[in-house]
Structures are given as C-alpha cells and as structure tokens.
Design a protein. Structure first.
Length: 179
C-alpha cells in the first residue's frame, strides 16, 4: 500500500536482536564465572557482543531519524535502545576488569613473594603462606595499573579522565640510544 508518510515496523526486530545479545552476554558472563577454563575466549565473545550491541543501537537511532511515524514514542525508543546498549557496555566492562585482576594476580607473584618475605622476616606472619590481603592488593595494583595509566579505569567507572593522566600519553617506544 502506498503512503506519503514513511512507517517503520523494524524497530521491534532490532529490539529483539539487541535483547538476544544482552541475554547471550549474560550467559557468557555466567559461563566465565562458573569455570575459568578459557577466559580469553569468553571475554572476546563478550567484547564482540558489546560491539554488536553498538551496531544495533546505531541502526535503531538511524531508523528513528528516518521514520516519521514510529510504533512507540520516539523518546521511549531511544531510551530503550540506550538502556540495552548500556547493559552490554557494563557486562563487557566488568568482564575486562575481571580479566585485568586475573592477569594482575599472575603478574604480581614476585611482588607477593617479596611482601610475604618482608612480613615473615619482621615477624608479622607466622608462616610463609601469602596472606589474602597481599594477594588482593597486589592483584589490584597490577591489574588496574595499565587501565589507570591510559585513563580507561575512569571510563569504566563513568568518570571523566583527568587531563593530567591523558597528557602523559603512551610510554616511549624503545629505540637506538642517543649520546
């Protein structure tokens, strides 16, 4: 049927696909928490779903801008699309933070040993078993160190990165020595 005013009913299909991505990301997170067998694969899948969610949001907003008559209120469509995208963003951010802490625990083993040896030498702990607070603090410092350096941790927590962190830039690349 011919109509002078464009109508679009594809919003519901896009919302359904975006919702499926949210469910799949939740299942991915659940799998990651149940068994930490292949964390890189699960986190990459979570990251792919987050990008897919960005595409759905972009498609919904594009359709919204091209459509005169919508099946729902324009603000509601935009709010729903943003909410679905935000859920995927948060799941992905937590998965990346979890991976950073996991890597931090592995990378910080030397620091844990040094701190434990110092505590043992000073008589603050009875045995050479690494205290839980040492594991947690070392994992946090190593795991969050890199995101903090480039301002990413501020993005994850919903804050604006301070300009002094962004002005530090990347570390210099190794090259020939200059005399």
């Amino acid at each position: 049927m011919f109509s002078f005013m464009p109508r679009e009913s594809g919003f519901f299909d896009l919302f359904e696909q975006a919702s499926q991505s949210v469910v799949e990301a939740g299942q991915c997170w659940k799998t990651l928490m149940k068994s930490f067998d292949e964390p890189h694969t699960q986190i990459q899948h979570s990251n792919d779903l987050e990008h897919k969610g960005d595409d759905f949001t972009r498609d919904i907003v594009y359709k919204l801008n091209k459509t005169f008559i919508t099946p729902l209120d324009r603000d509601d469509i935009h709010a729903l699309a943003s909410a679905l995208d935000n859920i995927l963003d948060e799941i992905d951010a937590v998965a990346e933070l979890f991976m950073a802490l996991s890597h931090g625990a592995n990378d910080a083993q030397k620091a844990m040993g040094i701190i434990t040896l110092a505590l043992l030498s000073a008589g603050h702990i009875p045995s050479a078993e690494v205290p839980k607070w040492v594991i947690i603090s070392c994992a946090l410092s190593m795991g969050l160190g890199r995101p903090w350096e480039d301002g990413r941790s501020f993005e994850l927590w919903g804050c604006e990165s301070p300009s002094w962190i962004l002005s530090m830039g990347s570390p210099p690349k190794p090259g020939p020595a200059r005399c």
